[in-house]
Write a protein that binds this ligand. Structure first.
Ligand SMILES: Cc1cc2nc3c(=O)[nH]c(=O)nc-3n(C[C@H](O)[C@H](O)[C@H](O)COP(=O)(O)OP(=O)(O)OC[C@H]3O[C@@H](n4cnc5c(N)ncnc54)[C@H](O)[C@@H]3O)c2cc1C
Length: 366
């Protein structure tokens, strides 16, 4: 059983079912992908920023290749549009040099330095001393992707139950006895907790799982503004990253519309409300690389909340995917902290969990 039909749960359920395991995917909402998975930048990341050897680096780099291949095969709308990371100051240039080293360590060897003149040709609206061009970065219609995963899962015989909440699980000799919101009890051999923000809460409802295997959830909201009028960019534009996020960047969606975001604000509760009060800070961050932005051209669009783990001053920087080798419980996998680049990494994470369930591999751990 897989708990949670975001992009991660959908990809895992599909992989398990296609590997011959009878799989039930449960989702407490009335549809799939209504939470974090429908509130992202929809970027296929190259794998540049993450520390070498981290789960983020590994799953992102191989997930990217799998995702492009899947999109081509299943006709999921996507474009390998490329991205420019720009330096707004000399200090930023040395940060870009660090990114280049990290990228190479992660096996991303296609980054190209561009100078001011080249940037002026590539992106006339952008002001920058220097930049790194990432040709393997792209964009994807994430809803179409999730729909394709769901179709694959159901076509292979998987069962998707909407409006069905995980309530509790008890340990049995041959698996877990799961209680659902309507009172039904189901015995499952594998229990995969892919409940996103609720993954720590779900883990506390699994009988006997020690508390030190359940991280504290933390929430970092990000706001997106759409750009009114003609789009002056040809590709994604990123500044250098900020604490907790990748910096307020330009994304272009499959309809060709541009939006800016997400900023980083720590919040105590899971509340997606859009707060327009910091519009001028937001605009100032963009004007560092796009000076022609008029503040009134920003149209509030939506928010997303990063499923962080830890606390704002002591955050776990990596995905925490705990299988039996981490907590000692057969048949249980908890996925914590699956923030960006989770969308990009989804197919590779799914393959890793399917291999684990079939006994052919252990999960990648630091
Ligand atoms: C602002 C932002 C921008 C991002 N941009 C990118 C990007 O450009 N590229 C990229 O690769 N990644 C990006 N990400 C990361 C990516 O969006 C996430 O990693 C991914 O969507 C996480 O998916 P998920 O399935 O783990 O979580 P979710 O989509 O939240 O799914 C979890 C599901 O579990 C369900 N659930 C919860 N509790 C229960 C229960 N008790 N019973 C049953 N179901 C339950 C929820 O309703 C939900 O549907 C971004 C994330 C954020 C927040």
């Amino acid at each position: 059983m897989v708990v949670g039909a975001g992009v991660i749960g959908l990809a895992i359920a599909r992989a398990l079912q296609r590997a011959g395991r009878e799989t039930v995917l449960i989702e407490k909402e009335s549809s799939f992908g209504t939470q974090t998975s429908s509130r992202s930048s929809e970027v296929i990341h190259a794998g540049i920023y993450y520390p070498a050897g981290s789960s983020k680096a590994r799953y992102c780099v191989s997930g990217k290749e799998k995702l492009y291949a899947y999109c081509r095969q299943r006709g999921v709308p996507h474009r390998q549009i490329g991205k420019l990371i720009v330096a707004a100051s000399p200090a930023d240039v040395s940060i870009l040099a660090n990114y280049e080293r990290r990228a190479v360590d992660n096996g991303v060897e296609d980054l190209v330095w561009v100078d001011r003149q080249q940037i002026a040709t590539m992106e006339p609206a952008i002001k920058s001393e220097a930049g790194l061009h990432s040709p393997s970065t792209g964009i994807i219609d994430s809803h179409a992707y999730m729909l394709a995963l769901l179709h694959d899962f159901e076509d292979a015989g998987g069962i998707f139950l909407r409006q069905t909440a995980f309530v509790a699980a008890k340990v049995r000799r041959d698996g877990h006895q799961v209680q659902l919101g309507d009172g039904t009890e189901v015995l499952v051999e594998w229990l995969i907790n892919a409940a996103g923000h609720a993954a720590p809460a779900v883990a506390t409802l699994i009988e006997g799982l020690p508390a030190d295997h359940i991280p504290r959830p933390a929430y970092a909201i990000g706001h997106y503004y759409a750009l009114r009028g003609k789009v002056p960019f040809n590709r994604l534009i990123y500044p250098v990253a900020e604490a907790g996020g990748l910096g307020v960047h330009v994304t272009i969606d499959m309809a060709g519309c541009a939006r800016f975001g997400p900023d980083v604000r720590w919040i105590d509760d899971l509340d997606y409300a859009f707060d327009d009060n910091r519009r001028s800070d937001f605009a100032a961050a963009i004007q560092r690389y796009y000076p022609d932005l008029a503040i009134d051209d920003l149209e509030p669009a939506y928010t997303g909340i990063r499923p962080k783990i830890g606390s704002p001053d002591n955050l776990s920087p990596d995905f925490q995917i705990d299988g039996p080798d981490a907590h000692g419980r057969h048949g249980l996998v908890n996925l914590f902290g699956i923030e960006s680049p989770g969308l990009t990494a989804s197919l590779d994470i799914a393959d890793a969990i399917s291999d684990l369930a079939s006994g052919s591999a252990q999960l990648h751990r630091l």
